[in-house]
Design a binder for this molecule. Structure first.
Ligand code: PLP
Length: 444
């Protein structure tokens, strides 16, 4: 029962186009969807009424009924360059015509993935020297966890198997990446997960206390024994865990403790890489040099699933000469790599990391007054990763905003705001207006 509205909310549609929907197929598709698809993160057997997207342009999407939506979350953070970029369609089509795919196992390779690896290493923080391509984020974190353990094993320390992770961290839904995900409701019901994952406390947004977080890390290392720990994995800014940026000195101090104890640092930049926090990588923003950086999403802006693990010198030295029995069929996909190269061209040409900083500051200014409301605990963010924490469930903000044609995401008590980096100022102002309206509305 959607609220009827103008198909083009003020300020959200590019130009004056008010596209027609496809009412003839909308009901049929909705019925088929509910009958035939198990959607991720839904209740099996109780499907929701689907919103069936038909097309997109920039920060705007249209569904098959012709309703428009301002994309305030960039889907799942995956689309920095915005929707409907023809040059990415062309890059994919051209590569498919030339060579759609051949395995990268062993000594087989292809030009787009070679060019992409070289380009990523040029953009990456210092010390990262090789690339392992994946199909997405979870696979990247599986790869990093296995590589960290293998590195110590090969270096004569097979007992270094423990992975330190953090409560509230999200690293994916596969075996190892789920084991390192510190959100209980995502872990229940699946039986025993990968052993030797130990959780530290959640870096808490409301009481920034680096001393306490670092003391906890040192204490846990002392309890477990540094000689049992392979790696520490963390997101530069907690995403699913509530858009929580750490205090500015958190990462350099964590890195110092890890280095001192020969523990590898795996930075999960699946959300933060490729401009979202105002730099190519959040590692630059926080001034650290991780041993591995895991990316996905923004690498291709989600036009084709692809990820990349960037591997640093310390890991490479440890695994030098080791056999690496690991890989998934579509790793190093030439079509994904061709799209990624075209996507990086857009990010560079349009200077989108800088745009993220500017428009992020504009949205933050607009949202800041919400902090005065009794039921709002905090408004926070870095670049175009913004969050509002309420003292109550945020689901009503998500549903209210959507009825007005704005997509934002509720994660527990938090509202997640992370639009495409190409969002216009006018669209950003519409986003602010609607978020303020619906945050205020749930306060009553
Ligand atoms: N790590 C982080 C920080 C993420 O936000 C996500 C997905 O949202 C993942 C890992 C998992 O990536 P994927 O869903 O591509 O497997």
């Amino acid at each position: 029962d959607r609220v009827p509205r103008d198909p083009a909310p003020e300020g959200s549609a590019p130009g004056d186009r008010a596209p027609e929907g496809r009412p003839g197929v909308a009901d049929e598709l909705a019925e088929l969807d509910k009958r035939a698809i198990i959607h991720p993160h839904t209740t099996i057997g109780a499907p929701d009424e689907p919103v069936i997207f038909d097309r997109g342009e920039g920060a705007v999407l249209w569904d098959v009924r012709g309703e428009s939506y301002l994309d305030g979350t960039c889907g799942l953070w995956q689309c920095p360059v915005g929707h409907g970029r023809p040059e990415l369609a062309e890059a994919a089509a051209e590569q498919i015509r030339r060579l759609e795919f051949y395995s990268s196992f062993g000594d087989y390779s292809n030009e787009p993935s070679i060019r992409l690896a070289e380009r990523l290493l040029r953009l990456a923080p210092p010390g990262l020297e090789k690339v392992f391509f994946t199909n997405g984020g979870s696979e990247g974190n599986e790869t990093a966890i296995k590589l960290a353990r293998l590195a110590h094993h090969h270096a004569g320390h097979p007992e270094r198997t423990v992975i330190l992770a953090r409560t509230g961290g999200y690293h994916g839904m596969a075996g190892g990446s789920l084991a390192a995900t510190g959100i209980d409701r995502l872990r229940e019901g699946f039986g025993p997960l990968l052993p030797d994952v130990e959780f530290l406390g959640k870096p808490h947004a409301l009481h920034h206390d680096t001393d306490a977080l670092v003391a906890e890390l040192e204490q846990r290392i002392a309890e477990l024994g540094a000689d049992r720990i392979a790696a520490f994995i963390g997101e530069p800014v907690l995403g699913v865990g509530g858009m929580v940026p750490p205090p500015p000195d958190y990462w350099p101090r964590v890195q110092e403790v890890l280095r001192r104890n020969d523990i590898l640092l795996v930075l999960d930049e699946i959300v933060t890489a490729f401009g979202r926090v105002g730099h190519w990588f959040a590692a630059e923003h926080y001034g650290i040099e991780p041993d591995m950086v895991v990316t996905a999403k923004g690498l291709t802006s989600g036009y084709i699933p692809m990820g990349a693990v960037l591997v640093g010198r310390r890991v490479l030295d440890l695994v030098d000469g080791a056999w690496f029995p690991h890989g998934f069929t579509y790793n190093g996909h030439p079509v994904g790599a061709a799209v990624a190269l075209a996507n990086l061209d857009i990010l560079e040409r349009e200077d989108l990391p800088r745009r993220a900083k500017a428009v992020g500051a504009r949205i933050m200014d607009g949202l800041a007054p919400l902090a005065e409301l009794d039921h709002v605990r905090e408004v926070r963010g870095v670049g175009l990763m913004l969050g509002i924490e309420l003292d109550r469930d945020a689901a009503g903000v998500q549903s209210g905003a959507r009825a007005d044609g704005l997509i934002v995401r509720a994660a527990g008590n938090n509202i997640v705001i992370s639009p495409p980096l190409v969002i216009t100022d006018e669209q950003a102002d519409t986003l602010v207006r609607l978020v303020c309206k619906h945050v205020a509305a749930v306060g009553n």
